[in-house]
Design a protein around this ligand. Sequence first.
Ligand code: CAA
Length: 285
Amino acid sequence: MVQEFKKVGVVGLGTMGAGIAEVFARAGFDVIGVEIDQAALDRGRGHLDRSLGRAVDKGKLTGEERSAIEERLAFTTSREDLADADLAVEAVPERMDLKRDVFGDLDRICQPGTVLATNTSSLSVTEIAALTGRPERVVGLHFFNPAPVMKLTEVITTVATSAETVDVVTEVAKRIGKTPIAVADRAGFVANALLVPYINDAVRLYERGIATREEIDASVKRVAGLPMGPLALADMVGVDVCLAVMDVLWDEFRDQRYVAAPLLRRMVAAGHYGRKAGRGFYAGR
Ligand code: CAA
């Protein structure tokens, strides 16, 4: 029998963190969302409000269910408030200096038994685990955008992760209605190692003028029956996230197929990160 989790901390309430907080609260967990300052906290609450509001409008949630979910959600700008969390999920931007800061604090603040998870899509979970004094209780718990909708979660284990931690996190992933798959810590894990080079190839076709963005996206949708084309998907997941994944794949494997398309890098340099920035392949045009 694995330990019972009740209270979940989510550090970082951007698009992914807010979605993750929503998923846990909807599944009955007490959730405490942490942001760096009041403005970021307000933005995170805004994501959650809009998402829950949409679910009510679509008849997926009743007003009473929404109120019950909101009662399970608390917000703070102090990581110290995570002292009694059973599980902490980190979803801050993809920079190792930020992860170091968060995991240093979580390791100090949380009980020794608390499991620490990272939603990183591009950094090494092993390196993140090594930032703590409890690497056996650190895993990757990788959600997909939009987190409330996508069923897959990758449970990423390192050479240091204990079997008990894997079991408990896998069980929690099932309790929140996800389909967990166990994945070893390697660049891109499984889904992004397949998906992001495909997006990168689409960017290459686009930058070479082979077809318009609409034609590229429409052809994939028609041929593969996917809900979105690759350039629209890049805008949704973040052009910066796509570049970060390509760069770790290149760093780890030095294989030509993992060289980032020049346009991807230029767009990131220009701050055209996609939907979240209001500028991307489609966003803002
Ligand atoms: N938050 C919550 N719910 C959302 C949502 C959001 N941001 N966006 C859409 N939804 C919900 C809608 O409410 C709707 O729910 P119901 O069916 O219960 O009514 C459902 O999703 C479908 O939405 P829509 O009808 O508005 O639009 P759609 O049919 O075009 O679907 C989509 C939108 C779910 C995003 C769909 O286009 C899709 O599945 N796209 C592919 C997404 C994907 O591949 N994600 C993985 C990206 S890779 C990644 O994230 C990993 C990484 O590390 C980079």
